[in-house]
Design a protein around this ligand. Structure first.
Ligand SMILES: C[S@@+](CC[C@H](N)C(=O)[O-])C[C@H]1O[C@@H](n2cnc3c(N)ncnc32)[C@H](O)[C@@H]1O
Length: 400
């Protein structure tokens, strides 16, 4: 009989099973292993250790990652290569007090962000090396400066609003935390550099995960077969597509696509773009009728989760008059929250939407209800193991 508590040995057995799936490169195995590892930690930890992790260890790591992307510590570590650098050398490069930097490095090492190779000598890890890339730096800045204060203010906000589920775009946890009445996107516009930081991070927050245009996810032939350029030369319109990262990726993964690609977003976002040969970018407010008529597909990625049900229906109605019946598809790339045992990726994004936009992620039933009310028929919901987002393929049921 195992000397370990039953719960611990069950998790360890599950870990070794899933590890074999990971070795066999089974999609979703890596994500399952992360989830099991987190379960193992929570099962092993004493309550006092759990509170330490939640209350001081993780906040200290987060603060030092934020400081590290500002003072260049991660760049200096990366430049030092395999041999690493001493705390003294790193403090000199960062122009900061040695005792402070030494303490920061010790904690980042105990949290596995960097490695302590010998006493007070540190080397980078793949994670800390990633934190020198602009898109990931922006991820740290955005989550620390914009999202974290909203989470920290959530208990106070909910107390004053009598624990009502927030639904108002101008009076949610974000506005309470940031002392504003501006909706989230208007606040970004008026608070540089956060608009560009947000847009850059949008291109990176799912980096490395399989996406809708990877093999085994959505059959891209559903768009290319039957594409009729005489109807309209446009293959796909990315509505609310940010900086166009999804269109770039589509071109990189599927060379020689027939037809044109169009990026649409708000004037403020389109104005920041450098011209790109892969797609044409135009400003368009999706609360107004869609100007590109009879394209093969209209694609909305992480757009509807920013809005309440009534606004989602308005956005979808503004597309319907552009759709060619029996030809144009609407592709909605969104998290579909499982009714039971939802993944951390789904629940944590739901929490992010709660504190930033007073909005939410939705279950399959909720998506079907919104699409039904907007006059759409769901053709299929395409999923990929270990990926929170699904591709909802829909078409207009009735001509509006
Ligand atoms: C969460 S981001 C998603 C960006 C991109 N589709 C992606 O998945 O990375 C939502 C996008 O909707 C855009 N947006 C918000 N309100 C809009 C409006 N009224 N008309 C057009 N785009 C809008 C924002 O500027 C932002 O780029």
């Amino acid at each position: 009989m195992s000397a370990l508590p039953l719960e611990v040995s069950t998790i360890l057995n599950n870990i070794s099973d899933v590890a074999r799936s990971l070795e066999a490169k089974k999609p979703g195995a890596r994500e399952s292993l992360i989830s099991l590892s987190q379960e193992l930690i929570t099962t092993l930890e004493l309550p006092s250790e759990a509170i330490q992790r939640m209350g001081w260890a993780s906040p200290a790591r987060n603060a030092h990652c934020r400081i590290g992307v500002e003072n260049g510590i991660f760049e200096h570590l990366k430049e030092s290569g395999k041999q690493g650098a001493s705390a003294r050398a790193l403090a000199e490069k960062a122009k900061a007090d040695l005792p402070l930097i030494a303490r920061m490095l010790k904690h980042l090492s105990s949290m596995h962000v960097i490695k302590e190779k010998a006493a007070n000598v540190y080397a980078s890890t793949p994670l800390s090396d990633a934190l020198v890339e602009p898109k990931f730096k922006d991820g740290i800045i955005y989550t620390f400066d914009v999202a974290s204060p909203s989470f920290a203010s959530l208990p106070g906000y909910l107390k004053v609003t009598n624990y009502k589920n927030p639904t108002e775009l101008t009076n949610g946890p974000f506005q309470y935390a940031h002392k504003t009445t501006l909706p989230f996107f208007a606040w970004l516009d008026q608070n540089p550099p956060y608009l560009s930081i947000f847009n850059n991070y949008m291109s990176a927050y799912r980096a490395g995960k399989p996406t809708w245009c990877d093999p085994g996810f959505y059959p891209i032939e559903h768009l290319t077969a039957g594409f009729d350029s005489t109807s309209n030369p446009v293959l796909l319109v990315d509505v609310g597509g940010g900086l166009g990262h999804d269109l770039q990726e589509l071109c990189e993964k599927h060379g020689n696509l027939p037809g044109d690609l169009i990026l649409q977003d708000r004037e403020e976002v389109i104005a920041t773009l450098t011209p790109c040969t892969n797609f044409k970018a135009t400003a368009h407010d999706f609360f107004t009728p869609q100007p590109i008529l009879h394209a093969r597909a209209y694609y909305l990625h992480s757009v509807l989760h920013d809005w309440g049900d009534e606004d989602c229906i308005k956005i979808l109605h503004n597309l319907t008059s552009a759709l060619k019946k029996g030809y144009s598809k609407v592709l909605i790339n969104e998290i579909v929250v499982s009714e039971e045992n939802a993944s951390l990726a789904a629940t944590s994004m739901d929490q992010l939407m709660l504190v930033l936009g007073a909005m939410k992620e939705r279950t399959e039933g909720q998506w079907r209800e919104i699409l039904g009310k907007a006059g759409y028929k769901v053709l299929n919901i395409w999923k990929y193991p270990g990926v929170a987002e699904s591709l909802i393929e829909a078409e207009a049921e009735v001509e509006i």
